[in-house]
Ligand binder design. Structure first.
Ligand code: SF4
Length: 466
């Protein structure tokens, strides 16, 4: 299959990481600019197999350099329709990673590519060979594509000129699901592409929940399942509603059990804490619980700093990914912020306390007006103390939770003390959170969680439980 190319092509190279010291060039990524885009075109407008490069080729790039990079593919075929563009675009990620010595991360205008020194040494000196390999894979693996043409761009001005248009296209795709909701359909869609590196990941795409990578919405899933029902995107019959608020459905639970090989049997689509959606690693944003304020922060890939908990995106993404249900962390696609069901089981926007400024600005029109100024950014706070002060000053809704938790703790302590039993104090915050401060007594079973507590007791008698 790969004899015409100066590199090997195989799914076994997915997951290959190219470290800085091993890289010949870096393309696009967080410190540069770029995008990937697939456009459905008329048959007459696509010259099958044609490749165009605008800007310098690999052989003209300096070793160790960083360059802008855009990839545009025009596809045509009798079954090709606009709804398939996102699906094909997502496969560019897969197929680029099939190429030995090439690492492709993320999607849309967050793409980030590295080419290894070793690959260049073996002859990967032109983008043409890469583009031809990807076009071959598109046609082999996605038979509805009858013709494909590639345009790669490394000229910064040209990329910037075309980036706004690409963003408009992404936006119009995202906007399509605005007036459609989970209750309006009887079928959701699943995707298994990320199971190659996160085997227990169960990606469920609904009208109110875009995929974690942000690249596939409900319409895209439907179009893909229609043209290739045996492919990585497939229909999930919704089944019965178990709980509307948290988004739990019998059909989703059944598929969760099957896809995760029994590791999970429940997924609540709009819950942060209880049976949350699994997180593969492709998510655009990671949410993290901040026990100190009983709120949730969100950080995206582009944010270079640390969140108020002192952690950068990469550390929290490492903790969240792998296809697990990690209570206290949640990976999402940016468009999920626009969903009317956004973590509604856990308070929705009223539970959000921090976001990077750029991310907040991107979704600002979807944040309810009464909360928008109460969500801190890195411009308002730098650590947990200043976050707490900010939330207090703004009278953020989570502040009410602190007060009620305080009262509950005092009441519980009073009750237990009167009964002269072991004090067991717990707040209304989610249980079993991995980083929640807790003290476990000998013999197990004692959990003491004190948050902003003022506790005064005259006497505590601790007795051994016989
Ligand atoms: S995040 Fe989900 S929808 Fe996106 S490629 Fe991975 S499995 Fe598919």
């Amino acid at each position: 299959m790969a004899e015409d190319f100066p590199f090997e092509i195989s799914p076994m190279f997915e997951g290959e990481r190219i470290r800085k010291n091993d890289m010949y060039v870096e393309l696009a990524g967080p410190k540069s600019v770029g995008f990937e885009l697939v456009r459905a075109s008329e048959m007459d407008n696509v010259e099958d197999g044609k490749f165009t490069l605008i800007g310098p080729d690999i052989s003209e790039m300096e070793e160790g350099g960083r360059y802008p990079f855009a990839m545009i593919y025009k596809i045509a075929g009798e079954l090709v329709e606009e709804d398939l563009e996102s699906i094909v675009e997502r496969r560019n990620h897969d197929f680029q990673n099939y190429v030995q010595g090439l690492m492709h991360l993320n999607q849309r205008y967050d793409v980030w590519v590295r080419i290894s020194k070793e690959a260049v040494g073996k002859g990967m000196t032109s983008f043409e060979s890469i583009a031809k390999a990807i076009m071959m894979l598109f046609k082999n693996e996605l038979p509805f594509i009858e013709k494909v043409e590639a345009i790669y761009i490394t000229d910064k001005d040209e990329i910037e000129k075309r980036l706004d248009e690409a963003k408009e296209i992404y936006k119009s795709r995202d906007d399509r699901t605005r007036n459609l909701h989970d209750e309006d359909v009887d079928t959701f869609y699943g995707c298994t592409l990320c199971q190659s590196f996160a085997p227990s990941n169960v990606c469920v795409i609904t009208p109110d929940r875009v995929s974690l990578c942000g690249a596939i919405n409900w319409f895209d899933g439907r179009a893909a399942a229609k043209v290739d029902p045996e492919g990585p995107q497939f229909a999930i019959p919704k089944g019965d509603v178990i709980d509307d608020m948290s988004g739990e459905y019998t059909g989703v639970n059944e598929i969760a059990k099957t896809l995760s090989s029994g590791e999970y049997d429940r997924i609540k689509l709009h819950s942060f804490f209880e049976y949350p959606h699994t997180s593969c690693g492709c998510f655009e944003v990671v949410g993290f619980y901040i026990p100190e304020v009983d709120g949730i922060g969100w950080v995206d890939r582009d944010f270079p700093g640390t969140a108020p908990n002192g952690l950068p995106f990469s550390t929290m993404a490492g903790q969240t990914g792998g296809g697990k249900q990690v209570v206290g962390f949640l990976g999402i696609g940016i468009n999920y912020f626009r969903s009317p069901k956004f973590i509604q089981a856990d308070g929705g926007w009223n539970r959000v306390v921090w976001m990077p400024k750029n991310l907040k600005d991107r979704v600002i029109s979807d944040i309810p007006a009464d909360i928008v100024d109460k969500i801190a950014t890195e411009e308002d706070v730098s650590d947990l103390e200043s976050l707490k002060t900010f939330l207090n000053e703004k009278n953020h809704p989570v502040v009410d939770r602190w007060e009620s938790e305080e009262e509950e703790i005092i009441e519980e302590v009073a009750e237990k003390t009167t009964a002269t039993t072991m004090p067991q104090m717990q707040s209304t915050m989610p249980m079993n959170f991995p980083t929640m401060p807790q003290m476990t007594g000998e013999g197990g079973g004692v959990k003491i969680i004190l948050k902003n507590a003022k506790v005064s007791v005259d006497k505590i008698i601790i007795k051994k439980n016989d």
